[in-house]
Design a protein around this ligand. Structure first.
Ligand code: 5AD
Ligand code: SF4
Length: 455
């Protein structure tokens, strides 16, 4: 049975993305691969011939949300049985059997390293056969594929510089879903940033699970080309472009990198440094490879080498065997680190991870919730304190778009990654300007543009 309704060349893809920035970047690679094969995209699900969901497995509720979405696709398929539905990304890798056996509505299942196979898998699915490829690769970095940007603001873009992860934090499913760590050829990264600069992009975020371990063997001589060198090279080549990066593992955050950030005005003064817990005992169980003291030493190094740098983090509440004492240590570390921002989660056991195999998920749900609430409340106070010091200061802001809340106002971010809203007459997305902060709300700084002579 041939299921395709639209003739080849006129088929349209609708893609929905969940999870991290890396997944957003992957969806752009997928759209590009499809385009190369004559499949255009549409933002309208009702006009799509192919629906792909780029999924995330990081926490149980991320997966739950996607199972919920599948009900919607089921309805669409009832009305239009010829539509193909594919699950791609981290859940595909983790749940291939369950997806194919239990979810008869799914035609295609593709893991994060098999996106080049999608066009062939679509042909299979059109012939009425379920099509699957979740093989992980040691080499695939999609280096030669120029991603089709889905962000549409034309100002900021993601560039993936490495894939996979070798850290094996005991709670984390990523090494299982995305495989071994591999860096992308620096030539192709530079080519992509050149292309973005030519198109007028003003901000690039370099992505990897642990960008600090980026490494490429030098082609003309001994030694390796590391992340600090890559960052410096792009910063010098494109002085008009802001550079950001995520994520840094505290064990690999070197002073060399901090000096590189300090030495280039277009490398943003913001470091996302996930701590996960403030207790050295829990950090050991998490296999994070640093202690509380070593982590705080890195935060002091950031403050010393890059004055005015903001620091954000990820925190997990209620990991296996976490006591009240461990939890209090997390709260005290948060105060010492004075985070500007944090992503905070309840521990959620992921099947087949080292923690699931060896540790007991023994912190009761209500205790996890109570601890998470305390962490969120404390971070609320720290985030407010981080903004309290800003009124009266002037920051260079890159305009990203119109403010969501107040019409006629523009919104952008400071180098420290704080959102600023200001009256925007005469400015447009992609412009840099100086904004003097007048006040702040819990999420935003409010200010007025100043001419450089007013500084
Ligand atoms: N449970 C809760 N949070 C998790 N994270 C990763 N795995 C889990 C898990 N099993 C969080 C970590 C990580 C962020 C991306 O997600 O804080 O840094
Ligand atoms: Fe990203 Fe991790 Fe979710 Fe995969 S599981 S999409 S790597 S956050």
């Amino acid at each position: 049975m041939n299921k395709s309704v639209s003739p080849p060349g006129t088929r349209k893809l609708y893609i929905e993305t969940y999870g991290c920035q890396m997944n957003v970047s992957d969806s752009e690679v997928v759209v590009s691969i499809m385009q190369e094969n004559g499949i255009g995209s549409t933002p309208d699900i009702d006009k799509a011939d192919i629906i792909l969901v780029n999924t995330c497995s990081i926490r149980e509720n991320a997966e739950q949300r996607i199972w919920g979405r599948l009900d919607v696709f089921r309805q669409i398929k009832k009305k239009r049985p010829e539509v193909l539905v594919g699950i791609i990304g981290c859940m595909a890798e983790r749940l291939k059997e369950k997806l194919l056996e239990k979810e008869k509505l799914i035609d295609i299942v593709t893991g994060p390293d098999s996106y080049r196979e999608l066009p062939a898998l679509i042909v299979e699915a059109e012939a009425g056969r379920q099509a699957i490829n979740v093989l992980l690769s040691r080499e695939e970095t999609y280096a030669d594929i120029s991603p089709l940007r889905l962000d549409r603001n034309g100002v900021s873009a993601f560039v993936s510089i490495m894939r996979g992860c070798n850290n094996f934090c005991s709670y984390c499913v990523v090494p299982l879903t995305r495989g071994k760590e591999r860096s992308r050829n620096p030539g192709s990264i530079l080519g992509e940033t050149d292309e973005l600069a030519e198109k007028g992009y003003r901000e690039v975020t370099l992505l990897g699970q642990n960008v600090n371990s980026y490494r490429w063997k030098k082609e003309n001589g001994p030694g390796t080309f590391g992340f600090a060198e890559l960052l410096a090279e792009i910063a010098v080549k494109h002085p008009e472009m802001r550079l950001r990066f995520a994520t840094s593992h505290p064990k690999d955050l070197s002073n060399e990198l901090l000096h590189t950030i300090a030495g280039h005005s277009n490398i943003c003064k913001h470091i996302h440094l996930p701590v996960q817990s403030g207790s050295s005992r829990i950090l050991k169980l998490m296999n994070r490879k640093y202690t509380r003291e070593q982590y705080l030493e890195r935060v002091s190094a950031i403050r010393e080498i890059i004055p005015g740098c903001s620091v954000s983090t990820d925190i997990i509440a209620g990991f296996c065997s976490e006591t009240d004492h461990d939890h209090l240590q997390t709260l005290s570390l948060m105060k010492e680190a004075e985070y500007d921002f944090a992503y905070m989660f309840k521990y959620s056991e992921r099947p087949d991870t080292p923690a699931a195999k060896k540790l007991n998920d023994d912190v009761p749900e209500e205790v996890k919730s109570k601890r998470l609430t305390e962490i969120i409340e404390l971070q609320g106070r720290l985030s407010a304190r981080s903004k309290e010091a800003d009124p009266g200061k002037t920051f260079e802001v890159l305009v990203e778009g119109t403010s969501k809340k107040s019409a006629g106002e523009l919104s952008g971010r400071t180098s420290q990654n704080k959102v600023v809203v200001f009256p925007g007459r005469g400015y447009k997305p992609g412009d840099y300007l100086n904004v003097k902060i007048t006040r702040f709300t819990p999420a935003t700084l409010i200010g007025v543009p100043v001419k450089s002579t007013d500084l």
